[in-house]
Design a binder for this molecule. Sequence first.
Ligand SMILES: NC(=O)c1ccc[n+]([C@@H]2O[C@H](COP(=O)([O-])OP(=O)(O)OC[C@H]3O[C@@H](n4cnc5c(N)ncnc54)[C@H](O)[C@@H]3O)[C@@H](O)[C@H]2O)c1
Length: 335
Amino acid sequence: MSGGHVVVTGGAGFIGSTLCALLAASGERVVALDDLANGSPENLADAAAEAGVTPPELVRADVRDEAALARAFAGARAVFHLACLGVRHSLRHPRENHDVNALGTLLALEAARRLDVPRFVCVSTSEVYGTARRAPMPEDHPTVPHTVYGASKLAGEGYARAYHLTWGYPTVVVRPFNAYGPRSHHEGDSGEVIPKFVLRALAGRPLVVFGDGTQTRDFTFVEDTARGILEVGLHPDAPGHTVNLGAGAELTINALADLVREVTGRAVPVEHQAPRPGDVLRLLADSRLAAERFGFAPRVPLRDGLGRLVAWYARQGVDPAALLEREVVRAWEGA
Ligand SMILES: NC(=O)c1ccc[n+]([C@@H]2O[C@H](COP(=O)([O-])OP(=O)(O)OC[C@H]3O[C@@H](n4cnc5c(N)ncnc54)[C@H](O)[C@@H]3O)[C@@H](O)[C@H]2O)c1
């Protein structure tokens, strides 16, 4: 590929900011397009500082704003599409979740195709699968999402494949499994299990597990996730493909709680609460396609990644208890 800049929609978010920094470190001129619903300029600055690069240009815009998309995408050589609203958000706000995740992806695809942007990388999610019927889960595993989030992401990736099949437009779909690491969300309905566990342990509070804790996930350190998105997304043979990005290690939430207690050195109790509606019970990536066809392999084992997250929180110099003031434990409940 040659030519202009690279656009990352949702670039001010958790994974997006890490991806922007990685792209900048590989010499790209990066534009982050984000409405800052859940992202922040601080994420961009922090990820850039960690990577020793200049923060990208930030275009504050809604991914459903077609004029803003056209301006940001003109002359771009690739679009990485990450902008979305999350799984817990979808339980209370299904219409808005669908609108941003499904319609937003369609509008981004249409803008990119009309402007002949030579690569469109649609960042989907393992949530499109629902609970594993067999494990590990290859890309042709049935897609039976449990939530509007998973369903709206599936619609988005379906549009990306349709643009390839209809127009020969070079789209790539990647399906990351759960990511964790610096700049992950602990707050509001964006809050994820690993940052919540780590902050709670550091603050000496119980780790809250929804359900019996036997549900499993395949956790990937965010730098690996971002590198996978970049390497698979820009691979010359990738257009038309749908590719899992996971570490290939299955862990129960109960085992995760034990590991977090070990890594933080805090013997806090575990508190079980009623399950979250729509929670997926089992996820484990079959990552052979990413490895064998596109040469991607994750590098950071979970224990090391958790240690890096704990060290990152320490560098922020903020009291974990103060950060937890923005935690909402059962974030999908309420009016
Ligand atoms: N975090 C994970 O474990 C994980 C796992 C699999 C897939 N993903 C996917 O990775 C991508 C990034 O997720 P993340 O975890 O970094 O979440 P995030 O919420 O940190 O990032 C999403 C970004 O999109 C922005 N956004 C939301 N609505 C927007 C809109 N209407 N217009 C423009 N920007 C908007 C938010 O402000 C945020 O910065 C998403 O597509 C998600 O589906 C994440």
